[in-house]
Design a protein around this ligand. Structure first.
Ligand SMILES: [Mn+2]
Length: 328
């Protein structure tokens, strides 16, 4: 389906009385930041706005304005109780399944604001800009089209989206546009260094224990040493305790000199499937690998869930990664 324009989105938002914002399962700095920026602006514009989330959120985002208003709706009953939510706006979600039970919410219309290359246009209105570094960039475009200016609280939320999705301006999606766009946010007077600290220096002792566990399970592919990762099975994870957020563990193998593709595999609590986070440096792509296994994301940052134990998954995943090293 062809994408809608900013104007289509703006007309729909202007016509809506009640708006409900949401993001994907295991929400991140982009989904939460983009959604909160939208909430702040639309509410200031006189709309009735709320924010629901299909799974619990990491505490590190607590400093964002209105974070404490986000309601976790991770059970079908909770979604039913909401009744008709009006216009539902999904931020940073690539497909309906990633909305969890929120996908079942009764609504008048579903607007899909996103930037994932793999987005399957699950909304009634879809605004997917794959050039945008973060969904925050898409939201900022929507706010501009609505005639809303930036202020410090909105810029704080949007800044969080760009820091998260560019890996603190380190990923390959960081361009001259990124810095110009971000400079505009800083012009509102936000303290970027303070936000950076709040997003970065947030580890608990438990997080460090998880990191030590990860180091113990670092793997470098013998056939192609440019591929490295961490594979954690259920029993090992449970020894340390499952973290609320897996954070940036995949950056550990990624930081190895010569690394081109990095992965983080963690066996789910049921022991029957494995969540995979994949990263690569251009020109190598991991997006197609995630899609091969039914997942998605961006070319250089993607994820999927694969059935089987950690060993089963390593056996099917690593050959696919090696193949990418040869075709890219
Ligand atoms: Mn994003």
């Amino acid at each position: 389906m062809a994408d809608n324009s900013y104007q289509d989105v703006v007309s729909k938002m202007q016509a809506a009385e009640r708006i409900c914002i949401t993001t994907h399962i295991n929400p991140d700095g982009d989904g939460i930041g983009a959604g909160l920026a939208l909430l702040l602006a639309l509410r200031a514009g006189g709309k009735q706005v709320r924010f629901i989330c299909p799974s619990p959120m990491a505490k590190i985002y607590e400093f964002l304005p209105c974070f404490d208003e986000i309601v976790v709706c991770d059970k079908p009953e909770a979604v039913k109780e909401l009744g008709n939510v009006g216009t539902l706006i999904s931020c940073d979600c690539g497909d309906r399944a990633r909305l969890g039970v929120v996908a079942e919410a009764e609504r008048d219309c579903l607007i899909n604001l996103d930037h994932h290359a793999s987005n399957d246009r699950f909304g009634d209105i879809n605004l997917v800009d794959v050039q945008a570094e973060s969904t925050g960039v898409v939201v900022e475009g929507v706010l501009r089209a609505l005639g809303f200016g930036l202020n410090k609280p909105i810029a704080t939320c949007l800044y969080t989206t760009i820091v998260f999705d560019t890996g603190r301006f380190m990923h390959s999606n960081t361009t001259a546009h990124t810095f110009r766009w971000t400079a505009n946010l800083l012009d509102t007077g936000i303290d970027a260094a303070l936000i950076n600290r709040k997003l970065t220096y947030t580890r608990t002792k438990h997080d460090l224990d998880v990191q030590r566990l990860a180091l113990d399970f670092l793997l470098i592919d013998e056939e192609d040493q440019r591929i490295a990762g961490i594979a954690l099975n259920k029993a090992d994870i449970e020894q340390v305790g499952r973290p609320e957020d897996w954070g940036e563990l995949v950056e550990i193998p990624r930081s190895l000199v010569g690394n081109e593709i990095a992965f983080l595999l963690r066996e789910n609590a049921d022991g029957a499937s494995v969540r995979c986070s994949l990263r690569s440096n251009p020109p190598y792509a991991v997006g197609p690998v995630a899609e091969h296994f039914g997942g998605g994301g961006h070319l250089q940052a993607a994820g999927c869930t694969i059935e089987g134990s950690i060993d089963d998954v390593l056996k099917v995943l690593v050959p696919q990664l090696r193949q990418q090293m040869n075709i890219s």
